[in-house]
Design a protein around this ligand. Sequence first.
Ligand SMILES: Nc1ncnc2c1ncn2[C@@H]1O[C@H](COP(=O)(O)OP(=O)(O)O)[C@@H](O)[C@H]1O
Ligand SMILES: [Mg+2]
Length: 291
Amino acid sequence: MTPDLQQSGAQRLLGYRARAALGQTASGGRAAGFSRLGSSDELDVAHGRILYLEDVSVSFDGFKAINKLSLDIAPGELRCIIGPNGAGKTTMMDIITGKTRPDEGTVYFGSTVDLLRLREAEISQMGIGRKFQKPTVFEHLSVFENLELALKTHKSVAASVWWRLGSEQSDRLAEVLHTIALSEQVSRTAGTLSHGQKQWLEIGMLLMQDPKLLLLDEPVAGMTDEETARTAELFLSLKGKHTLMVVEHDMGFIKTISDIVTVLCDGSVLAQGTLEQVQADERVIEVYLGR
Ligand SMILES: Nc1ncnc2c1ncn2[C@@H]1O[C@H](COP(=O)(O)OP(=O)(O)O)[C@@H](O)[C@H]1O
Ligand SMILES: [Mg+2]
């Protein structure tokens, strides 16, 4: 996105680290800076948050999967989410993307877009992309065709019946191919790619739509160590240009990419801070990390 955005994310992080060093932060999410998105499809992030959840709850058959969850994320941030199975991590993403409606609470994209009033497709068009755990690429199509299709299904170009890849779009496609390290596989059938390459292709499909916020659910599960390392590089390169929320169990991966880590447990935030801080937290050790 804009250098503006990148800078604000960086400034926010520096501020956070300074306070964290002094032990002054209860919530990294509250340490928001100020910034604006300069693009034409502008999102109001004047309050320094691109995503804001407050007191969100949802029950399934009387079981509170999400329980008074409050969390916010600054533009350009790469936020890691960890926590035991059943903590509500995937359900939180379901709520942000409109797949699940909470029983109560507030969910905002920027300071003006009430996500609870939008349908799933509208939320995606607003610039929130989601990567599910399993790769869902079109196996019988080539890498190129998969990326092309991701563009076509996007609102702005789908309107044109006789749509063809323009020069701007083919530049974009080439750029995304490079970003996801699949330039040399462009003609290959997606079904023949390795698991890791399929995951990158799916991330590439999301990037074709230039999402402001990317939600990634256990992206390195099942990857080789080398693929995991390359995915870490990929995410670090996306940070600043996009805002990322990454759910993962792989602590080595988290260590490489994380700034602020949020620990979810029983549907709400148990702890938040740098990885070192949450790893030292007795409650986090108790419920998740073990002794
Ligand atoms: N659609 C659903 N219907 C019933 N229970 C659900 C549904 N989605 C999630 N749950 C329950 O909510 C809890 C949180 O699940 P989930 O969000 O998948 O946790 P995590 O991703 O942190 O492992 C679990 O106990 C799960 O069984
Ligand atoms: Mg999950």
